[in-house]
Design a protein around this ligand. Structure first.
Ligand code: GEK
Length: 245
């Protein structure tokens, strides 16, 4: 995927507006997420392996909050069963228009199709799912809407289906919370972001990205019926976990 360098927060902004997945963000998104989320590429690659394991014939694999479809492409590359389709959903028209054109320009044919839906994931139907991916999406929903989405996913999953959730985490322990945030900022500095970029982006994400602790996620997942939910990856305050139906 071609990527323009993210410099959206490099100049002082008089007022920092709340972060939105608009055209400016969509344009630089691959660079932005890679340089902002520790372990992003590792997680994308692992989602492919997980899809290879969990995708069942005649079932649906959902990519909820797909952005430019990185998780969908990784799943498609690894799915070997017949008649499986991927449904990639996002409510940002800027993201989905780009993804639509990426798919339209593909030259090779694939037996697993990627279908796009421009919709709010809180409003869509989830059914006949063998694997559902929420890769850094749940954190953008109001906290009070998260449990009903998880319950809908649980109900739409086939027996033995899996939900993969990746999130920025919060920590109950104050020192741990400060340390992990500092380490994330050190990661961003090492990726070439300036102090100004880091601080303006942090302001933009305040009240937009609301992290919860892993214990809270685990509790929500168990309360809607998942039999287990365990971490498979963590890099500072960014983590990915697998919940099993
Ligand atoms: C990846 N999964 O590259 N309904 C639909 N989409 C939503 C909603 C909603 N209610 N809220 C937010 N989004 C991707 C990365 S980015 C994560 C996901 C990040 C969408 C939003 O438009 C954006 O495209 C995505 O969720 C979050 O694997 O930027 O940190």
């Amino acid at each position: 995927m071609t990527s323009i360098k993210d410099s959206l927060y490099s100049q002082p902004l008089g007022q920092v507006n709340g972060f939105a997945f608009d055209e400016n963000v969509a344009q630089v998104f691959p660079d932005m997420i890679q340089r902002s989320v520790p372990g992003y590429q590792t997680i994308i690659a692992a989602i492919g392996l997980l899809a290879g394991r969990f995708a069942k014939p005649q079932s649906v694999c959902y990519d909820l909050g797909c952005s430019l479809g990185a998780a969908s492409f990784s799943m498609r590359q690894n799915i070997t069963v017949e008649n499986c389709r991927i449904i990639a959903i996002d409510n940002s028209t800027a993201m989905l228009t780009r993804l639509e054109s990426i798919l339209a320009n593909e030259t090779s044919r694939h037996s697993t199709v990627i279908e796009l839906q421009c919709a709010d994931i809180r409003d869509v139907v989830i059914e006949n799912a063998s694997i559902v991916v929420l890769n850094f999406t749940l954190q953008f929903l109001p906290v009070e809407d998260r449990k009903s989405l998880l319950a809908k996913i649980y109900n739409g999953l086939l027996p033995d289906g899996a939900l993969i959730i990746s999130e920025k985490l919060a920590f109950d322990d104050a020192r741990q919370q400060t340390l992990q945030i500092d380490l994330h900022h050190a990661f961003k500095k090492a990726q070439g972001y300036s102090e100004l970029e880091i601080s303006q982006k942090r302001t933009a994400l305040e009240n937009v990205l609301i992290p919860e602790t892993f214990a809270q996620h685990q509790q929500h997942l168990k309360s809607v019926g998942f039999s287990s939910a365990e971490l498979w990856f963590q890099y500072f305050n960014f983590a990915s976990f697998i919940a099993l139906k």
